[in-house]
Design a binder for this molecule. Structure first.
Ligand code: GRF
Length: 214
């Protein structure tokens, strides 16, 4: 870590409720972390206002201003490096990052995903859970690798799917657990409790394995 607290860059594209959960956890002293910057690829992302209200520096880096993905990734890396952070948190960041970017920050990028990975990588997870008739659903935090939503899972929590649930109600329920597991994971990272060895995650030296989750 660069200091007594883990320095974070939080990347968003939208509403920023997960960002808010991280801000609140930092402010309450629940985790030994502080947010150095919030970066959005969307100028209208409401999360930018949340950051400003918390006196956190904000930046907009619009992917539309770059002719290709690599140039966007390079500009993003330059911006992040100016803040000297320990961990990059993707909190609803809706851009795919290239392999070079990911390698540069190996084991230092985490993402929150609204499903019980490895099930339902990608988009529209709540609707897909409903059409499959699944009885449980949930959210995962994982280290980011070049395999989209396929990096090793650090933690996840589940919720029951009720017959009355819609994609909207599932989204609300999943958000609630996301707001718990994302700050919790950042706390583990900040306390130096996570290791990645050969693509496997260890918490306090114990292997975390969600690969056989069904
Ligand atoms: C969350 O559901 C997260 O899992 C997904 O995007 C959503 C972001 O929500 N990657 P918010 O912007 O944090 O409210």
């Amino acid at each position: 870590m660069t200091g007594s607290k883990a320095a974070l860059a939080v990347l968003i594209s939208g509403h920023g409720s997960n960002l808010q959960a991280i801000i609140d956890s930092c402010n309450k002293g629940e985790i030994a972390a502080s947010i150095r910057c919030v970066i959005s690829n969307e100028a209208k992302a409401y999360g930018l206002q949340r950051a400003q209200q918390a006196n956190i520096p904000t930046n907009v880096l619009s992917h539309t201003e770059f002719s290709d993905r690599k140039l966007f990734d390079d500009a993003l890396a330059n911006l992040i490096d100016g803040y000297n952070v320990d961990l990059i948190v993707l909190a609803g960041f809706m851009r795919i990052l290239g392999a070079d970017f990911i390698k540069r920050y190996e084991h230092r990028i985490i993402n929150i995903h609204p499903s019980l990975l490895p099930k339902y990588k990608g988009l529209d997870t709540h609707a897909r859970v409903l059409s499959a008739g699944d009885k449980i659903h949930g959210a995962s935090v994982h280290f980011v690798t070049a395999d989209l939503d396929g990096g090793p899972v650090i933690t996840q929590e589940s919720i029951p799917v009720e017959s009355s649930d819609t994609a909207e109600t599932l989204q609300q329920k999943v958000h609630r657990i996301e707001h718990e597991i994302l700050p919790r994971t950042i706390g583990w990272f900040a306390d130096n409790r996570l290791r990645v060895v050969d693509g496997k995650v260890f918490l306090d030296g114990k292997l975390i394995d969600y690969t056989n989750h069904s």
